[in-house]
Design a protein around this ligand. Sequence first.
Ligand SMILES: [Zn+2]
Ligand SMILES: [Zn+2]
Length: 361
Amino acid sequence: MLKYIFCLDTSLPEDVQISSMSARGFYIITYTLSFIALGYYDNQLLEAIHDYHITYLVLYCSLLISSTILFFTAGTNCGYLRDYPTEDLVQGKEYQTGYFVNGRHVVNRDSIEAAVEEHKQESDAVFEVAKEANDSQIGVQTQGDEETEERVSEVELKSRITGIEHISPFEIPPKRYCEECKVTQPYRTKHCRDCKTCVRKYDHHCFWIGGCVGELNHRKFFAFLVIKTFSLVMSFDIAVSGYDRAVKIDELKQQFHVKAIFIFLICLTVMFFFFTAILLFYHFFLLMTNQTTWEHSKKTSISYLKVYPRTVFPFDYGIWNNLKMTLWHGNKTREWTLRHPDLLRTREGFNYFENEYYNCC
Ligand SMILES: [Zn+2]
Ligand SMILES: [Zn+2]
């Protein structure tokens, strides 16, 4: 019965269900006691109810209700591999293996030389055309200084056009096999020790929402962080208003008692505000760069990521596309593929999360 009340995924191990129930119990008890205190002692929320401040009440109630619904439901359907098997597995296809040569996917080592030769021939043809155009720039350079800046040396032109020095065969890291689930994991999938199953685009296992944050519920988790942060700002404001009014109570013993309650509520809201606001800020960065907490914190040890420089994000398709992939996925999982490091842009400049001076995780 409790399992239905708490909306728990009954396929999860017993200990995950118990820890999740304790988090939910804490949530329910904290809010119930807080609202009893708010209903009993004067504060801004009580005043809004008495004076029918509809806009204020609708805003606060909608934030509170939606964040509570998300708290109870965000942990379900994260994208377990057993529920969303890979296309490759379903269709019996071979997994993506082989090498990249300047962006070309070749299946084995023997094909590398042929791919390099093909690339050279193509780029030589482009170079000839560019060289002619460049020579004509040389022809007019004596006319003035401006034209002189336009032309480039033949060596520079060759490196720009052909990019021959960039040819570097890139071995595509193999996909891992999960011994527990007896399945080959798609990239970005990790076996969760708490859920005891593989999770697609694994982010982390969250004690509070009672399940994993994965490919399909990362958006719910993010929405929860956004709404909860705003809801906590309003709750903090209400608690401060209660303290301000408690100061005016004449009877000293009563004043001390009420002040202590509101100081406790202020501390609680401040603590959870910082907790959710920092997570929100961090997850916004992850969503924009198409990374997960696991990938970001273990980049140097994850087999399919350690081949990339630290400032290169292999699943980065631009901020807009990255946000779309996480927030509007249509409840469908994706087969993530790896790209040649040369084809990916390097993020330059100082970044609080990715820099040479310290590692935040
Ligand atoms: Zn597994
Ligand atoms: Zn988990």
